[in-house]
Design a protein around this ligand. Structure first.
Ligand code: IPE
Ligand code: IPE
Ligand code: MG
Length: 246
């Protein structure tokens, strides 16, 4: 895996918001915005690979998005199925390991099998881990992790809870980006974003291109991550975030 300069975040997480408004601006149905959102994701994955980002986590469908109009929900499910069939072979060729994070049990059998097959097909890839948060909510994740530990009679500690959560296979996100102009977390990575840097973009997700990604990365590179310490301590240590996190 090519190692990126330390100013490049190892793990980027994105709330891909603004598809509906992007479509409305063009007098198109909302689903056209979601379809364009898939294209934007494909471009973003390539850009992350090229910049040496090792983990990309995207919010694709929240626990709360089921309350949207039925037509939009089923359209989104259809888009995911289509994207799986079309994109997974190419992602695999590019060395991307795809993981789906979220509650799978309430999805249709066909959908669940599709997700699991994509995970199986790409499991050995090491260039980039792409976590797709689908039917995901931060509250769901914390609750299901606590329930797992309780069922196994295990002690609840930060470490044991973390290990039972949906993103236990990757380090916490360094940078969380939200497109679409809203400045809220909308039940995304409530646990894992404890010390992430945040970047909010006015652009709608379909318009979030390489230049916008580079702007977010540059902004991240100029931040000082203190993890509770003082600025002086950080500078004395000359430390990388990895050293400070410990
Ligand atoms: C984000 O775009 C995609 C999903 C939530 C599935 P939106 O559909 O929320 O777009 P806006 O916020 O209505 O513009
Ligand atoms: C968050 O966007 C969920 C995804 C991007 C998948 P929403 O559009 O659902 O968030 P709210 O409702 O504006 O907070
Ligand atoms: Mg939205």
């Amino acid at each position: 895996m090519p190692s990126a300069p330390p100013s490049v975040p190892l793990h980027i997480a994105i709330v891909m918001d603004g598809n509906g408004r992007w479509a409305r601006q063009r007098f198109l149905p909302r689903l056209a915005g979601h379809a364009q959102g898939v294209e934007s994701l494909r471009r973003c994955v390539r850009a992350c690979v090229a910049r040496g980002v090792q983990v990309l986590t995207v919010f694709a469908f929240s626990s709360e998005n089921w309350s949207r109009p039925q037509e939009e929900v089923s359209g989104l499910m259809g888009l995911l199925a289509k994207a799986l069939a079309r994109e997974v072979p190419e992602l695999s060729r590019d060395g991307v390991c795809v993981r789906f994070v979220g509650e799978k049990s309430s999805l249709s059998d066909g959908m669940r099998k599709g997700l699991e097959q994509a995970e199986r097909l790409t499991v050995g890839n090491t260039r980039l881990v792409l976590n797709v948060c689908f039917n995901y909510g931060g509250r769901w994740d914390i609750t299901q992790a606590a329930a797992q530990l309780a069922a196994r009679g295990e002690v609840i500690t930060e470490a044991s809870l973390h290990a039972a959560m949906g993103l236990a296979h990757v380090p916490d996100p360094d940078l969380v980006i939200r497109t679409g102009g809203e400045m809220r977390i909308s039940n995304f990575l409530l646990w894992q974003a404890a010390y992430s840097e945040f970047f909010f973009s006015e652009r709608f997700w379909p318009d979030f291109d390489e230049a916008a990604l580079d702007e977010a990365i540059a902004c991240y590179g100029a931040r000082e991550r203190r993890f509770g310490r003082t600025s002086e301590q950080v500078r004395q240590a000359g430390a990388q975030p990895e050293a400070l996190r410990a």
